[in-house]
Design a protein around this ligand. Sequence first.
Ligand code: AMP
Length: 126
Amino acid sequence: MAYDYDDDNVFAKILRGEIPNKTVAETEHSLAFHDIRGQAPVHVLIIPKGRYVAADHFYGEASDAEILDFARLTARLCGELGISPGAGGSGYRQISNAGQHGSQEVPHFHVHLLGGRPLGRLLEAD
Ligand code: AMP
C-alpha cells in the first residue's frame, strides 16, 4: 500500500499533545475526542494512535491488537454516549472519509460517530 503519512496533520499534533482536545476516552491504541465543529449533539472522532491515513490503510496494515482496540472502543462509546439502539438509544452513524472524493480534511484515519438527532439519508444531493 502506498500511503505517505503527514506527521504535521492536526490529529498527529493532538496525539503528541501539541494542541488540546476534549478527550472522551483513551485506550492503549486509540483516542476519542469531541469534534471541534460538532454537527450533532453527539459528534465524537475516534482515531488510532498509529500512523494510518485512511480506513483501508488502517484495516489493511494495523495489528490485530490495534484493530480490536479500535473496534471495541467504538462499541463501548455507542453505549456510553447513549446512542446504541441495542441499549435504548435512538441510533447513530459512523462515517469515515478518505481522500479527495471522500472529502477527507485531516489525513489521519478517523471515524466520526454521530447521533443525538435524526441524521437524514446517507448522502445529500450534489
Ligand atoms: P474529515 O473531513 O473526515 O477529515 O473531518 C475532519 C474533522 O476533524 C472535521 O469534522 C473537523 O471539524 C475536525 N477537526 C479538525 N480539527 C480539529 C481539532 N483540533 N479538534 C477536534 N476536531 C477537529
